[in-house]
Design a protein around this ligand. Structure first.
Ligand code: GAF
Length: 403
């Protein structure tokens, strides 16, 4: 594919057709009874803030994970992944958990997201099932491929055996699955927006109260561009947990329940009691929480220049203070902000690779993509006409079930 071109996102029906084909080939019979999907996300601002109980501003994407499948009469589950770039075995069979025998994580690692959701499903016991997964969310691209799999899987189980339908509790159960079965002590942002994201809106989430305010993003003159550095990130290493630990240590030294409660003055007063790294991590968090609140206000007013400036400040802070960026992400951001009509750009998600997100004027899209020489797997989400193409798709997220 040409460099500098956007790549098309497969539609939900294409993904369902692919999953259905694999299902029929592998399990035979009448084909799957149920098809569901859940979106990935891009975070506009508020990075590494959710586990510090502050504000984040993500939006759901037209890229989704699909699960198709059927209930079976047995006490076991069979799952196949048809997702791209999976290097481990694609099929896993396991016995369903009960009070005496919980489901432990194991190999292949992609199945741990599924097992975690089965373990934490809020209306146990889970009945027997067969399922196939397909996804258009790039794996390890920082766009929440794992949360979209967890939420799609949970939604699938709801179709087999309904729970009480509480959406926030659903997001929390999926987050728990990631903690216990994937070993990532993540915050709530990704699962929350995958469950509660709305079409043509970002979601300002208060990660302490778990209340969310939708912020409209439907200006036809505006485009959100996602650029993939093609550096694969993995949050299962030690960096993500160590950042989280440093934040907790800083909060304890500042005698606060979390860094959400700390001011810059609190931090400066305690500076002599913090090592330099912990100080810088805490400073990023305290300033980023403030930036996110300001950015949400700016977006509501259509003050895109101000929003863009805050995005760049956020990126610089993630690069210099929080140290979760990498050379490729820095280059994408520097290139993007050189283009006339670009408001701002930053890395998005956990970092160490993955994607950048850029806010720009719709008329600047071609020259921006050319200038930053987007890598082949880059894709574009237009909040204007391109996004509307996905309106139908996003309203499916609300039902979480494809007829
Ligand atoms: C990852 C985590 F899963 C989120 O909870 C969040 O902390 C994010 O990194 C950083 O903002 O996506």
């Amino acid at each position: 594919r040409d460099r500098g071109k956007a790549c098309p996102v497969p539609s939900v029906s294409e993904l369902v057709a692919e999953a259905r084909r694999v299902y029929e080939q592998s399990f035979g019979g009448d084909g799957p009874q149920v098809a569901v999907c859940a979106p990935g996300r891009v975070n506009l601002i508020g990075e590494h803030i959710d586990y510090n109980q502050g504000f984040v501003l993500p939006m759901a994407l037209p890229m989704v994970t699909v699960v198709v499948g059927s209930r079976t009469s047995g006490q076991s589950a069979s799952i196949i992944t048809a997702a791209k770039d999976v290097e481990e075995p694609r099929r896993v069979d396991f016995d369903l958990p009960n009070d005496k025998a919980p489901l432990s994580p194991g190999k292949p690692s992609w199945a741990n997201y599924v097992k975690g959701v089965v373990q934490h499903y809020r209306a146990p016991p889970v009945p027997g099932f067969r399922a196939v997964i397909a996804s258009s969310v790039p794996l390890g691209g920082g766009l929440s491929s794992s949360a979209s799999l967890e939420v799609a899987m949970y939604t699938f189980l709801q179709q087999l055996k309904p729970d009480d339908g509480d959406k926030v509790a659903k997001a929390v159960a999926c987050q728990k699955a990631e903690h216990t079965h994937a070993g990532v002590p993540c915050g709530i942002m990704d699962q929350f927006v995958s469950v509660l994201g709305r079409e043509a809106h970002a979601l300002l989430i208060d990660c302490r109260s778990l209340e969310a305010t939708p912020v409209p993003l439907s200006d036809p003159g505006l485009v959100i561009l996602i650029s993939n550095s093609n550096v694969k990130h993995s949050l299962t290493g030690s960096e993500y947990p160590s950042r989280r630990r440093q934040c907790e240590e800083a909060a304890a030294i500042l005698e606060k329940a979390s860094l959400r409660d700390a001011t810059l003055k609190d931090l400066e007063d305690a500076k002599s009691r913090l090592d330099d790294e912990t100080y810088r991590r805490a400073r990023h968090v305290i300033e980023e929480i403030e930036r996110t609140a300001q950015a949400a206000e700016a977006l509501k007013k259509g003050a895109y220049k101000e929003f863009g400036k805050l995005m760049v400040e956020s990126h610089n802070s993630l690069r210099d203070l929080y140290e979760v960026s990498c050379k490729e992400l820095d280059e994408l951001v520097s290139a993007a902000v050189e283009v006339e009509g670009v408001f701002g750009s930053r890395m998005t998600g956990g970092g160490f690779g993955g994607c950048t997100v850029t806010l720009l004027q719709a008329e600047a899209i071609d020259r921006t993509m050319q200038h930053i020489q987007i890598r082949p797997s880059t894709s574009e989400t237009k909040v204007s006409s391109g996004y509307k193409r996905h309106l139908k798709l996003l309203s499916l997220f609300e039902q979480h079930c494809i007829p």
